[in-house]
Write a protein that binds this ligand. Structure first.
Ligand SMILES: N[C@@H](CCC(=O)N[C@@H](CS)C(=O)NCC(=O)O)C(=O)O
Length: 205
């Protein structure tokens, strides 16, 4: 199993955190985004979109963090701990996986990408999308529960964690969101949880 990714990519982090929680060994290949390695012919042959992460398992090539998480859970999480078998719970996890690659990608991800990588996008629009997501959905949802789905952490929490934890790197404050901040701390306390590298640590790595 090979994972192509980058240490400060939250989409990569989603895959890494799950691989480690499942105890799956894998070869990690850093794709140097700064030098444009993700647009090289070799990498585009793996993912024509030129994005990380990419998971390669034998002849299977997956180019989407949610698909990677679902695949890993289907293959290795035989007890259904991270991806519940119960249809209702499973659909609820799927709902958050969609939120991770839609609303989180369009809001918190973009907020951070503008600040860190100079991605050309509207900073006010992205911040408004992040605030709308947190105000209307995440903060109220977490006010009276510990985890996004059910009573234990699932793929839903792992998928939504990465860019929410690092949205502050885009100068977006989580101060108004006590329930979200408490949930992030609970995620970080999961036994075997792999922290996501901070940009400041990347600079000195
Ligand atoms: N839908 C993809 C999105 C992946 C993505 O946006 N990757 C970013 C890094 S976190 C990337 O490679 N960006 C480079 C580019 O788009 O040129 C997923 O969930 O894995």
């Amino acid at each position: 199993m090979k994972l192509y990714g980058h240490p400060i990519s939250g989409n990569t982090h989603r895959a890494v955190v799950l691989l480690n929680l499942l105890g799956v060994s894998f070869d990690y290949h850093t794709v140097n985004l700064k030098e444009g390695a993700h647009k090289s012919p070799e990498f585009l042959a793996l993912n024509p979109l030129g994005q990380v992460p990419v998971l390669v398992d034998g002849d299977l090539v997956l180019r989407d963090s949610s698909a990677i998480m679902t695949y890993l859970a289907e293959k290795y999480d035989t007890a259904g701990k991270w991806l519940p078998r119960d249809p209702k719970r499973r659909a609820q996890v799927q709902e958050w996986l969609s939120t991770a690659v839609n609303e989180i990608q369009n809001g918190p991800f973009v907020v951070r990408a503008i600040k860190l990588f100079g991605v050309p996008a509207d900073p006010v629009g992205a911040a408004n999308k992040a605030a709308a997501l947190y105000d209307a959905l995440l903060e109220p949802h977490l006010t009276d529960r510990d985890w996004l789905v059910g009573d234990t952490p699932t793929l839903a929490d792992l998928a939504c964690y990465s860019y929410t934890a690092r949205v502050t790197e885009g100068d977006f404050s989580l101060e108004p969101y006590p329930a979200i901040r408490a949930w992030l701390e609970r995620c970080e306390a999961i036994d075997g949880f792999t922290p996501m590298m901070k940009v400041e640590d990347m600079a000195t790595a």
